[in-house]
Design a protein around this ligand. Structure first.
Ligand code: 2HG
Ligand code: ZN
Length: 460
């Protein structure tokens, strides 16, 4: 329970209207997008400025109140909802929402960067950049809801990762409130600046456990002028890899390289999407390519000469209908599963992808109640989203262990881009050594000695 005085003080900082305690107003903040992770907090607090965040955090530090931070709540690992019931004696917790922190500064066209508040959405940042002829290098299906703070906190990858790198690579500067309420601000458009530790880089991927990101100075890029999107049906993952590998020799630049399976395409087709190509095959690879000259002609030649192509279609970018087949996977899967989907997000070295696909497809068969695996993802990055549908609650751990066993055997990672959150906290030892984890704990201890920030996330 928050003391009455703390609640009054929170109201004085952010305004009474922005301290929500009525369950009808708070319920949406306490369940994650997947419906699998639910928690509760004493209040939802919605500051508008970094100074309000600093005052809230300072108050929480004094009163021993824990803070869960939430942006668009589109995360898939339970990292943006408060913990569930932790029994008698647990410290009170508030949820700090960045929903009102949506400012986007003027674009710096010369420095090619933009400063934004943590609650600005990916789509809003990109639309603002587009008005200056530039683009935000991070893009993902949740673009209209996912926020700057969220993509930084999770070091999001997304569909442009293959071209521009992950979110960490786009962060030039950061503003964050430390666990004691001080404001850390490194805000410079310098691309060369080697003075000590890379603190913005450290906060990227820290999942709200080290500080509260309140603002970000992002790098912007020139958008590709002409792109062509192709979907090729293939029966072997090797053919998808070969197709992507053959692009460079033709002077084509890969803007995105995604993979879907027949199970996934059939499911989204049942839910109203047109199949991308007439023929069926085991896999569908979607590539978006740019380059000098006639890109469409170069892509047509590429498809003609590549081996193992069963059928293909190509369209000038942005080719939204083709992309919609891929991007509707997450929502369609959530609707189609009879139980909350077990969502795993793994990566393996590219050369191990064929083996990993075969083994992961068979995961559903090993448990007593077979589940439906639907695999898709960013094939060019070796990243497979393993979605397991209809998993009885009691089997979730067994299938997760099975998937992670396959990942380990193939030299992969248990979290490619979604982060650890609450979902994978118990498994983090599979991805990091004892020494590595002890260094991470020292950093956590140094920055958040009371352990108030995002309790239960990352470290369990
Ligand atoms: C995507 O690539 C997202 O669309 C979500 O990372 C993946 O739903 C998923 O598993
Ligand atoms: Zn993804």
């Amino acid at each position: 329970m928050l003391s009455q005085l703390t609640e009054i003080r929170l109201g004085e900082i952010v305004g009474d209207a922005h301290v929500l305690t009525d369950p009808s107003q708070t319920v949406g903040y306490f369940t994650d997008w997947t419906g699998r992770y639910r928690g509760s907090a004493e209040a939802v607090v919605r500051p508008r400025t970094v100074h309000e965040v600093a005052d809230v955090v300072r108050l929480c530090a004094t009163e021993g109140v824990e803070i869960c931070v939430q942006g668009g709540n589109t995360g898939l690992v339970g990292g943006s909802v408060p913990p569930g019931d932790r029994g008698v004696g647990a410290r009170p917790v508030i949820l700090l929402s960045t929903a009102r922190m949506t400012d986007i500064d003027d674009i710096d066209e010369v420095g090619r960067c933009v400063g934004v508040q943590a609650g600005a959405t990916v789509d809003a940042i990109d639309s603002t950049a587009a008005r200056s002829g530039l683009a935000f290098p991070i893009d993902l299906a949740a673009r209209e809801t996912a926020t700057a703070g969220g993509v930084v906190a999770t070091n999001a990858g997304g569909i442009r990762m293959i071209r521009h790198g992950n979110t960490r690579a786009q962060v030039l500067g950061i503003e964050a409130v430390l666990a004691d309420g001080r404001i850390l601000r490194r805000w410079s458009s310098l691309v060369k600046d080697n003075v000590g530790y890379d603190l913005p880089g450290l906060l990227a991927g820290s999942e709200g456990t080290l500080a509260l990101v309140t603002g970000v100075l992002f790098r912007l890029v020139s958008p590709a002028r002409h792109t062509t999107v192709a979907v090729a049906a293939v029966n072997h993952v090797e053919d998808a890899i070969g197709l992507i590998g053959a692009t460079g020799a033709r002077g084509l630049t890969v803007e995105a390289a995604e993979i879907m399976t027949e199970a996934g395409v059939a499911l989204v087709a049942e839910h109203g999407h047109r199949r991308p190509v007439a023929s069926t095959a085991s896999f569908y690879v979607l590539i978006e390519l740019s380059g000098p000259g006639d890109v469409e002609e170069a892509v047509a030649e590429l498809l003609d000469e590549a081996s193992g192509i069963v059928d293909a279609v190509l369209e000038p970018g942005p080719a939204r209908a083709l992309w919609a087949v891929r991007e509707s996977h997450t929502e369609t899967i959530a609707r189609a599963s009879t139980t909350p989907v077990v969502k795993l997000d793994i990566s393996v070295p590219i050369r191990a992808l064929p083996e990993a696909f075969a083994e992961l497809t068979a995961v559903g068969e090993i448990v007593e109640h077979p589940c439906r695996p639907i695999l898709f993802g960013h094939v060019g990055d070796g990243n497979i989203h393993v979605n397991l549908l209809d998993v009885p609650e009691g089997d979730a751990e067994a299938v997760t262990a099975r998937v992670f066993g396959i990942v380990a055997a193939n030299g992969g990672s248990i979290s490619a881009e979604h982060g650890i959150g609450r979902a994978k906290a118990a498994w983090i030892h599979l991805g990091r050594s004892d020494i590595d984890r002890s260094v991470m704990r020292s950093i956590k201890q140094g920055l958040d000695p009371q352990g108030l920030l995002n309790p239960g996330v990352l470290f369990g």
